[in-house]
Design a protein around this ligand. Structure first.
Ligand code: TNX
Length: 538
């Protein structure tokens, strides 16, 4: 009996055979010298790349096929078709009936016999006739699709035929991530960013194989998510932001839309409600929450560490139960982030009491708690995750408790740090982080935290100094691209000189996406043939 997988493989071979026989006469075998795929465009650099001479012709006669019954694969194929359309204007069919003109096929195939068994592992084989992307999961196929997008030539080769043909260099890629958690955080509290802005950030993160977007949804300057049982949080607490502009917030529908959009990109949203400090906006909305002894007033400055919840009131925990419950119900991911940083006006014993109580609430709502590194000072259990940002001592406390750690050291991984003294936006309290220094460090070994305890890497983008998408992009890019490689590619395969070339080659993509990246003078940026405005006019 042939298994379902084998059946689909036989079908694939059939399709390839029919197509290659029918078209033998006209077949265009694209000849070009062996290219080092990895040295050219791909970020993060895949684990193993074997190149061969030649190319696959991507044109109007190419079709996409998938394992039909493998859940999620058709969506991944649809995503690929959409992105190929955006890049080339070609409309490729997904699982259509082969037409007699059809030439090459891209097959996205579910396979459980890969060299690596991580859920996001994939293998990509490109020959002149076919592109075969194998993975055991839709996530893995989705990551492989990003690799494929990156190696499709930027412009069509117009000398080959009367119609445009894009090339995909032939070879084999075997790939799997080194960390399971590869994230960026966006602070939508200090300045609010619209659903559309966040979606664009998701598009860009997905292209570099990120799988987590952490949203910092509340802080002293603003509360950004609708809580139906506590409506003033957004009515009052959502009305301000740093610098006195109008603020804003996501309705639950907006948030669901973001969660769904992220899921389509195989990205998990991690919601954060920062407490017991960073809570001024909540306490202005509901003053009973306040524990700092002053009358809370709306705040639009940049100072930190002056606010706290009253950690000894039952009503505060009833409030937190409602908030965590509503957000957890909208968040399919496994995590809930409770903040926990810089609670400078909370007594130490109160802080510990608070974190321990909130951990139980988070668990009751079926989520695993994440908090900034200070949370490890409380008596929490090993399932909680500590996000290392500043304190080695706190990291050690987390290790002693057997907790996992997310690496976000401010000196290396903070996207809001200025590149240098000339940077238009950003802060520099932790460091200046130029593009090379963002890349040249080893999260696997940082501060002696053992690799087995590292869940992954996250690059936070705090927004005190940025208030629109252009400014967001200036700070995030190109550094976020480097963090993608640090969290996917093992340290043995990383090298700044090699990375620099691949980063330079991202310029056409970034331009096409209208990303206002910081043009670091350390990089010899590849000039795009067309400006974003010219591409849009087409
Ligand atoms: C520290 S990092 C903070 C944030 C600020 C950031 C600015 C951390 C857990 N807390 O409240 O926005 O510095 O760089």
């Amino acid at each position: 009996m042939i298994s379902h997988l084998n059946r689909s493989f036989v079908l694939l071979l059939g399709i390839i055979l029919i197509l290659s026989c029918e078209k033998e006469k006209n077949k265009r075998v694209l000849q070009f010298p062996k290219t080092d795929l990895a040295a050219q465009n791909m970020i993060p650099k895949p684990l193993k790349v074997i190149t061969t001479e030649g190319g696959f012709a991507l044109d109007q006669f190419t079709a996409i096929h998938t394992s039909e019954t493998a859940t999620g694969f058709i969506d991944v194929a649809g995503f690929l078709a959409e992105k190929i359309q955006a890049k080339t204007k070609l409309d490729l069919s997904v699982n259509g009936t082969p037409s007699e003109n059809q030439e090459g096929v891209i097959y996205i195939h579910r396979s459980d016999s890969l060299e690596h068994d991580a859920p996001e592992a994939y293998q990509l084989y490109v020959t002149p006739d076919s592109v075969i992307l194998n993975s055991n999961t839709p996530e893995g196929a989705f990551r492989g699709v990003q690799t494929l997008r990156q190696i499709i030539s930027e412009v069509p080769n117009d000398t080959l035929a009367e119609y445009p043909v894009w090339t995909i260099p032939t070879g084999k890629i075997v790939d799997s991530p080194s960390f399971e958690y590869r994230g960026s955080m966006l602070d939508v509290a200090r300045h609010f960013f619209s659903v559309e802005d966040v979606k664009k950030y998701i598009d860009l993160l997905a292209y570099y194989k990120y799988n987590v977007l952490h949203l910092h949804l509340s802080d002293d300057q603003g509360w950004r998510i609708e809580i139906k049982s506590w409506p003033k949080l957004t009515e009052v607490g959502g009305s301000t932001e740093v610098g006195g502009e109008a603020g804003g917030f996501y309705t639950q529908e907006d948030y669901k839309d973001l969660v769904a959009y992220a899921a389509k990109h195989h990205i998990t949203i991690v919601p954060e409600i920062d407490m017991p400090g960073h809570t001024n906006a909540a306490s202005v909305s509901y003053p009973f929450l306040n524990g700092n002894g002053k009358t809370p007033e709306l705040y639009e400055g940049m100072r930190v560490g002056f606010s706290t919840f009253d950690t000894r009131k039952d009503t505060v925990y009833a409030f937190i139960d409602d908030v965590v419950g509503e957000i957890a119900a909208l968040s399919p991911g496994p995590y809930f982030h409770i903040g926990g940083d810089e609670s400078h006006v909370t007594k130490k014993s109160d802080y510990i009491h608070f974190v321990e109580k909130v951990e139980k609430i988070v668990q009751k709502h079926g989520k695993r708690m994440i908090g900034w590194d200070e949370i490890a000072t409380a008596g929490i259990d090993s399932t909680a995750i500590s996000q290392f940002w500043a304190s080695k001592e706190n990291a050690q406390l987390a290790l002693d408790k057997g907790m996992k750690i997310i690496m976000s050291p401010a000196k290396k991984a903070y996207l809001d740090m200025q590149y240098d003294t000339l940077s238009k936006h950003g802060l520099h309290w932790a460091a200046y982080i130029p593009t090379d220094s963002a890349y040249i460090w080893t999260p696997e070994e940082y501060e002696g935290i053992p690799m087995e305890h590292i869940l992954g890497l996250e690059a936070p983008l705090w927004s005190e100094t940025i208030s629109n998408i252009d400014e967001l992009e200036y700070l995030a890019f190109p550094r976020a691209i480097g963090y993608a490689e640090l969290s996917w590619t093992p340290k043995e395969n990383r090298d700044w000189e090699n990375y620099k070339v691949r980063l330079a080659n991202q310029a056409p993509f970034l331009d096409r996406m209208n990303v206002k990246y910081y043009p670091s003078p350390l990089i010899d940026w590849k000039k795009s043939k067309f400006t974003y405005e010219e591409i849009k006019k087409d």
